[in-house]
Write a new protein. Structure first.
Length: 317
């Protein structure tokens, strides 16, 4: 079930319709810009072209959901491809958003490294020649930081969280938090929220403002016609399920209430950000994504309570 509810939905242009109406020849620069815009709005096509990766429709919907919203909480069962999808999202978003700082963290460094390891695996694949050309430099691996750098100025880096002291001062435009349920609740407000505080477009904004000041002086444009640069930050919380007494369950319900409860509409509108909450058990996965025999074996070896938590989420109801 998909529900928009009270969410702050931004206008979405039908870019594919716009592209279908293009007639005649395009010069080289316009053709490149048009292709880039088309690929940004069509991740399923882009990732197939660049890396030979075939997305299930469900996976494309989730990636587009992360792209379209500011605060994202994705609670998925084992094997529903959290790491796989978040790695693809990081690569795709970094390629089409220049100078974007993507930071991946988790309760343990080895957990956040999994996403960068998967990114590197995609890049090194024999069918990913075009993707490799977008990431010409090898991933830098330090003791406490792994980082991928793109020629367009974007970076994807993973960091150890620890007690939070080592990552103070780090800033991000996109923050991906894996195994969110395992993070101490105080870390979220005290450490993670400041990650998203700085503006990454100050130089661009100042340069644009100077140009528009001149146009206003000449009477070519007015104050209300100034360009507003979108510098929205994005956070993606990823996790398997948790128990109802834990902080992630409270956040999950708070966000669902913001989206669905009529009495929350003023609150969500005043905040001005958009939310995307998704939850998938193994039974919702498309045919071919999971090895059902492995899941059946796990069901025999695990308690019913643990199996429901890891795969079905029945204890959330």
């Amino acid at each position: 079930m998909w529900e928009t509810g009270n969410n702050n939905v931004r206008p979405v242009e039908d870019v594919n319709k716009k592209f279908s109406e293009i007639e005649g020849d395009l010069d080289d620069q316009v053709a490149k810009a048009t292709l880039a815009e088309f690929m940004f709005h069509n991740p399923r096509f882009s990732l197939d072209l660049l890396a030979g990766i075939k997305l299930f429709p469900m996976q494309e919907l989730i990636i587009k959901g992360w792209a379209s919203n500011d605060y994202n909480l994705s609670v998925y069962g084992r094997g529903v491809s959290k790491t796989w999808m978040s790695s693809l999202f990081a690569l795709w978003w970094a390629m089409f958003n220049p100078n974007c700082r993507i930071v991946v963290i988790s309760f343990a460094f080895r957990a956040s490294r999994r996403i960068l390891e998967q990114c590197d695996k995609f890049i090194r694949d024999k069918d990913a020649g075009l993707l490799k050309s977008c990431f010409p430099d090898p991933m830098r691996q330090k003791t406490d930081e792994w980082i991928l750098t793109l020629p367009n100025g974007s970076t994807i880096r993973c960091l150890p969280l620890g007690d939070g002291t080592k990552i103070r001062g780090v800033r991000a435009d996109v923050l991906i938090v894996d195994e969110f349920a395992f993070l101490p609740e105080n870390i979220i407000g005290e450490i993670l929220r400041p990650f998203l505080a700085s503006n990454n477009k100050i130089k661009e904004q100042l340069s644009l403002r100077e140009k528009e000041d001149e146009l206003i002086k000449k009477g070519i444009m007015t104050e209300d016609q100034r360009t507003i640069l979108d510098d929205r930050k994005k956070v993606i919380f990823l996790s398997s399920a948790c128990y109802q007494f834990e902080h992630m369950y409270r956040r999950y319900n708070d966000w669902v209430d913001l989206i669905t409860k009529p009495n929350k509409i003023e609150e969500i509108k005043s905040v001005g950000v958009s939310y995307f909450v998704s939850r998938l058990g193994y039974e919702a996965a498309p045919l071919g994504l999971l090895n059902i025999k492995d899941i059946e074996a796990a069901q025999k070896e695990m308690s019913e309570q643990m199996f429901n938590k890891e795969y079905r989420y029945r204890d959330w109801e």
